[in-house]
Design a protein around this ligand. Structure first.
Ligand code: FES
Length: 121
């Protein structure tokens, strides 16, 4: 039996860096998600790959939002097949590094800075 692979071209770098990407080949399993592939890459190929997730199942935390083939998706619910895909960060949020963008809502960010909840007034 031959092993099938998924192919991901992933945007790399931080704000102000020249555009760059890395290509990865990942062992393919039926039903695997883009997040499954990113986790495999970080564990087996490049521990410096930056991406964010929390719940790993079906858009509960919404931290895994990225672009796949120029469409905004949840990495944990977007299924892969053996067709090559391009993966990048959200374009409407401030880029931090690789696939990580600043997705904390402004009110929550202020609350973190102040160390206390911000009132709704
Ligand atoms: S990891 Fe939580 S919504 Fe995708």
């Amino acid at each position: 039996m031959t092993e099938r692979s998924a192919h991901l071209r992933i945007q790399r770098g931080g704000p102000g860096d020249a555009p760059a990407h890395d290509d990865f080949e990942v062992p393919y399993r039926n039903g695997m998600s883009v997040l499954d592939a990113l986790i495999w890459i970080r564990a087996n190929r490049d521990s410096s790959l930056a991406f964010r997730y929390s719940c790993t199942n079906a858009n509960t935390c919404k931290e895994c939002m990225i672009r796949v083939d120029d469409k905004t998706v949840y990495a944990c619910t977007k299924r892969l097949d053996t067709t090559p895909v391009s993966v990048g960060p959200l374009t409407n949020k401030r880029l931090l590094r690789d696939l990580v963008t600043d997705v904390v809502p402004p009110r929550e960010k202020l609350s973190l800075l102040l160390g206390k909840p911000v009132s709704e007034e």
